[in-house]
Write a new protein. Structure first.
Length: 104
């Protein structure tokens, strides 16, 4: 899954339409391979985002769960911690790679 798309189900407070749109935009960008569409593709790109955002809203509104709602701040903190770990691992790997290259 794209790292920029965050789980929106069962959040307290509930996901907003803007969050559904942002997730749809990231999804369409990933699928199309384009961060910004050309003028020729703008209409189809925007229509896809709107349709996916609407489908996302319907999905979130109709999902049922018995789990307690997730705290937005706690979930964001978890995402930041995972990101920090991932980037630290990348930094260490690159440092070790440079050191190995310097030795040879």
């Amino acid at each position: 899954m794209c790292r920029n798309i965050v789980p929106l189900n069962n959040l307290q407070p509930a996901a907003t339409d803007d969050e559904c749109h942002d997730a749809a935009l990231q999804f369409v960008r990933k699928i199309s391979g384009a961060n910004a569409p050309s003028r020729a593709n703008r209409a189809v790109f925007d229509r896809a985002v709107a349709e996916i955002a609407q489908a996302t809203r319907v999905l979130l509104d109709e999902l049922v769960t018995t789990a307690p709602p997730k705290n937005r701040d706690e979930e964001a903190a978890k995402r930041r911690a995972r990101s920090a770990e991932r980037y630290e691992a990348i930094r260490v790997y690159q440092q070790e790679k440079r050191a190995a290259a310097a030795r040879s």
